[in-house]
Each structure stands twice: as structure tokens, then as C-alpha cells.
Write a protein that binds this ligand. Structure first.
Ligand code: LMR
Length: 393
């Protein structure tokens, strides 16, 4: 039966992990997949995670099943970190999911039960897996203007124009902060304008928040969610603990569906639980138990905030370091957008051929679109990165 299938090329982002790993050159640099790296180029387990894991080893009494929605203590604390009281609790259906990706898939599954042929608008560009993941799930995918590649900035007016033309009732996806792949986010004033259009067009917002705490802080990064919560009747939020807790492979995320009232919440919760039961039955618990342990303990919570600040600070520092290194080596080119962007990503703004040459001739790895993960920059490798970029320019 499988003869009809074709061999596929590796995933554009995941494929880079193996490609870089198999490169034996000493100077290789991985600016590909979005994982945090410290100054030694490692993606360490956070100290607070180690402590929480130790507590779990010592105290966890059972690994019996919990249920399709995952643990309530995790869900409530994550709901509070996401909404901060901007919506009443009885309006929010909640499910712990295996990472942010599963949160998006379950959201799509539930939406399609409610509305066959639902259309979702995503920014152009958006995370490379949004359209495959949500399109495969069955949503009709469309794009709205977002990024001005020439100026490396938000294309705000064209964006508003496309938003105003979206048919009433369609869904629209926003990145809460640290837009992936551009790193360019609307400011609060711009979010307010966007939110007004969402209300005017009666759009249903879907907020993907994979980087809460990586741009400014936990609250500021959730601004658009809290702004919209007071303005719209329904909203979907997909939050992830992969990056801010460094729990990538443990797969921890949450799906929060804000509904008009508690009766609808109960219906949506039952549908979402039932949907999950037909796909993966229940989410893995370990990572969620770790997050819950940290967020329910004042000491661990405070220590986590410090570790989060450290990660955020390093990303900012590395942006400045690369911008400065490029200033002298490529004086005719403007890389100032590197420091105007948030989180892990920025576009370098070079062609796919140059990206290929960076890989082949200089062992510098990045996504074809020239998206770089600034966490891969270190004070030790920045000269090599900048020399290589200057050479291909
Ligand atoms: C990325 O964009 O690199 C991360 O979100 C990891 C992934 O799954 O693509």
C-alpha cells in the first residue's frame, strides 16, 4: 500500500539539526532551529527545572492516567500567567497539550467541528510550520501582509488594509511576541489599532505565544491577549513552555479557548477533551508537572524569572554583537534591524543561494529564508559568522 508514497525532503527547520550535527568542520555554527543556547553554545536544562524534577522524583506518588485535558493545577496556573485575570475563569476551556504545536492542532480540530471550512489568516511570513500544520488539519489558510523585507520592519499600513478586507467571522492568527521568523512585533499602540479592526470585522483571534517572556517580560509579551480579551467574545490562545522553561523535548503547551459564557465553555471543553481522546488520548505529564511545581512555589518561581531574564538578556546582547561585527565588515549594508527585533529570530535578508553558500563554504547554518536564531551567536563565533556573511555579500 505504501508504494504510492513519495520520499520527502527533510523538514526545512528540523532537517538542519542533523545536517549541522553531521558537519565535522570545527567552525560550524548552528543558527537554525529555535532553541536557546548559552555562551558555550549549549541548550542547558534550567536550574529550576532540575530542582523541580528532583522534587518530583522525591514526592510523586503515582504515574497513573490523568485525563485528556491534563493536570488542572498546571492548566489553572498557565491560564493565569496567560490572561492575568483579563477574562473570567468560567469562560476559558483549558487543555495541557504536547507542546505548542499540538495546541494548534487541537484548536484546529475543535474549530472544524464547530465550523466546517473555517478560514484562518496568518502573517506573511509566518512560522514555517503554521500553514502545513493547520492546513493539514483542514483549515483554509490565507495570508495577510506583515513584513516589509526592504525596510526590515512591520508593514503596518498594508497590514491594516488586508485586515480590513478579511471577511467577517474568519479567524486570524497573531504571534503574541517575538514574531517567528522576523522578530518584528507590533508595539502596543499598533496592537490596539489591530484589535479594533479584529472587533470591527468580527474576526476570531488565534494567538500563538511560543515565547512568553523572551521579548520584554511575561506581562508585556501577553499584551495583545489581554487587550483582545476585553474586546472580543471568543479567542484561542496556544501557549508553549518549550522555550521559556527550556522543556523542548518534554512537549509542554496549553490550549486556552475563551468562549462567550460558561455554558459554551463546558461544551467546548467536552468537545476538545473528546477530540484529544481520538488523537493522542492524553498529553505527557512530566514537563507539565515540572512547570506546575515551579509556578506554584514562590522560590522556584522567582528563580525562574531570573533565568528567563538571563536568556532574554543574552539574546539582546548577541543581536548587538552581530550588528556591530557586521558594521565594520559589511559597511554598505544595514543590519540595524537585528537590534530592533525581539526574541530568537531575525531575517538576515540574503538570498537562498547565499544561505546555501554560508552553509557549504563557511559551515554557518540557517533556514533557507535566511532566518537566523541569534541564540546560536557567541562572543567566540561572532567573528566567523560576520566574516562569512560579509564574504557571501
Ligand atoms: C523554530 O521555529 O525553529 C521552532 O519553533 C522549532 C520548530 O519546531 O520549528
Amino acid at each position: 500500500m505504501f508504494e504510492s508514497l513519495e520520499l520527502l525532503a527533510p523538514d526545512a527547520i528540523i532537517g538542519l539539526i542533523a545536517e549541522c550535527r553531521n558537519d565535522s568542520r570545527d567552525k560550524k555554527v548552528d543558527l537554525g532551529i529555535g532553541v536557546y543556547r548559552n555562551a558555550a553554545g549549549e541548550t542547558p536544562v534550567l536550574d529550576v527545572v532540575k530542582q523541580a524534577e528532583q522534587r518530583l522524583v522525591d514526592s510523586q506518588a503515582s504515574k497513573s492516567y490523568i485525563g485528556s485535558a491534563g493536570p488542572a493545577d498546571f492548566n489553572t496556573v498557565m491560564r493565569d500567567m496567560t490572561f492575568a485575570g483579563s477574562v473570567t475563569n468560567e469562560r476559558v476551556a483549558m487543555l495541557q497539550t504536547p507542546g505548542g504545536s499540538a495546541s494548534l492542532s487541537v484548536a484546529a480540530g475543535v474549530v472544524l467541528r464547530a465550523m466546517k471550512g473555517a478560514t484562518l489568516w496568518v502573517s506573511n511570513p509566518t512560522w514555517a510550520n503554521h500553514i502545513p500544520l493547520l492546513g493539514e488539519a483542514g483549515l483554509e489558510m490565507k495570508v495577510y501582509d506583515y513584513y516589509n523585507a526592504k525596510r526590515h520592519s512591520l508593514d503596518f499600513d498594508p497590514m491594516l488594509e488586508t485586515l480590513r478586507a478579511i471577511p467577517r467571522g474568519d479567524m486570524i492568527l497573531f504571534h503574541a511576541s517575538c514574531h517567528n521568523p522576523t522578530g518584528i512585533d507590533p508595539d502596543e499602540e499598533q496592537w490596539r489599532t489591530i484589535a479594533d479592526i479584529v472587533v470591527e470585522r468580527e474576526l476570531v483571534p488565534v494567538i500563538d505565544m511560543a515565547y512568553q517572556g523572551f521579548a520584554t517580560d511575561l506581562d508585556t509579551d501577553a499584551f495583545v491577549i489581554r487587550q483582545l480579551a476585553s474586546q472580543v467574545p471568543e479567542m484561542i490562545v496556544c501557549n508553549s513552555c518549550s522555550k521559556n522553561f527550556g522543556l523542548y523535548r518534554d512537549r509542554v503547551g496549553i490550549l486556552l479557548i475563551m468562549t462567550v459564557d460558561s455554558r459554551t465553555r463546558d461544551i467546548v471543553q467536552s468537545q476538545a477533551d473528546n477530540y484529544v481522546r481520538t488523537v493522542y488520548s492524553m498529553p505527557p505529564d512530566h514537563g507539565a508537572a515540572v512547570v506546575s511545581t515551579i509556578l506554584h512555589d514562590d522560590g522556584l518561581h522567582a528563580d525562574w524569572i531570573v533565568e528567563l531574564e538571563e536568556m532574554r538578556g543574552r539574546l539582546r546582547d548577541m543581536r548587538v554583537l552581530l550588528r556591530d561585527a557586521l558594521r565594520t565588515r559589511a559597511p554598505g549594508h544595514d543590519f540595524s534591524h537585528l537590534v530592533r527585533a525581539n526574541g530568537m529570530f531575525s531575517f538576515l535578508g540574503v538570498s537562498a543561494e547565499k544561505v546555501e553558500s554560508l552553509k557549504r563554504d563557511h559551515a554557518v547554518y540557517m533556514v533557507d529564508s535566511s532566518r537566523i536564531n541569534v541564540a546560536g551567536i557567541t562572543p567566540t563565533n561572532v567573528d566567523h559568522i560576520a566574516d562569512s556573511i560579509a564574504a557571501v555579500l
